[in-house]
Design a protein around this ligand. Sequence first.
Ligand code: GTP
Ligand code: NAG
Ligand code: MG
Length: 238
Amino acid sequence: MSPKYSILLPTYNEKENLPVIVYLIHKYLEISEIEYEIIIIDDGSPDGTLEVAKQLETIYGKDKILLRPRGKKLGLGTAYIHGMKHATGDFIIIMDADLSHHPKFILDFIKKQAEQDYDVVTGSRYIGNGGVSGWDFKRKLVSRGANFVSQLLLRPKVSDLTGSFRLYKKPVLEKLIESCISKGYVFQMEMMVRARQLNYTIGEVPITFVDRVYGESKLGGSEIVQFVKSLLYLFATT
Ligand SMILES: Nc1nc2c(ncn2[C@@H]2O[C@H](COP(=O)(O)OP(=O)(O)OP(=O)(O)O)[C@@H](O)[C@H]2O)c(=O)[nH]1
Ligand SMILES: *[C@@H]1O[C@H](CO)[C@@H](O)[C@H](O)[C@H]1NC(C)=O
Ligand SMILES: [Mg+2]
């Protein structure tokens, strides 16, 4: 039997982006005859993202679009856990719903996974044709800096630690989430560190990351301070 993929889309104020990303996922996976479901976890977005999601459910069908909303903004980490509980696929794909992660790369993730039966496949901006577009110098510096310092401290042998476009075997993701303690930005990084500790195999595919066009960015000074704190904590405890 061919495997099924559950795609988790956490959303907060993504009403413009959601229809586009769902359309693109559908387009790329349908032509490749890949079985999938999209799980949308909306945290009470004031812009009406959930209403848009309901329309998409009508258009694409209840077997393709699963709505698992929560009443208020409870954060990304718990959004993944919440979504995962409802996933029926063999594999889980996690991606941002702001179009920074292009759905066309999902096919690369799937191909890579099958090559060596990887437990995890992670998208990397820092290998091959990967890259970022639309970032100003400050944002690039912050991202590169965060990645560099994390590599130095944690040595996980994964080229892009802070990225969040990834594919997991479902039982592997469950195990990893169980063993992760951090929240916020460092969460993605800790997942890779724990994956190494637990001897899971990790494959990498190059991705290009595009800055969001619609909606607000939330990266500010306080996130950076929080990131450094959590990084040091991780360094001290692993
Ligand atoms: N369900 C849920 N989704 C969230 C929450 N915070 C962010 N998201 C979604 O998670 C994804 C990533 O968040 P972003 O705001 O894009 O974070 P980022 O990519 O680090 O920063 P920018 O793209 O620059 O804003 C997007 O799809 C958001 O809509 C949350 O608290 N709950
Ligand atoms: C991972 O592999 C190393 C080296 O082979 C071994 O020492 C360690 O016990 C393994 N860890 C787990 C969790 O299996
Ligand atoms: Mg984003």
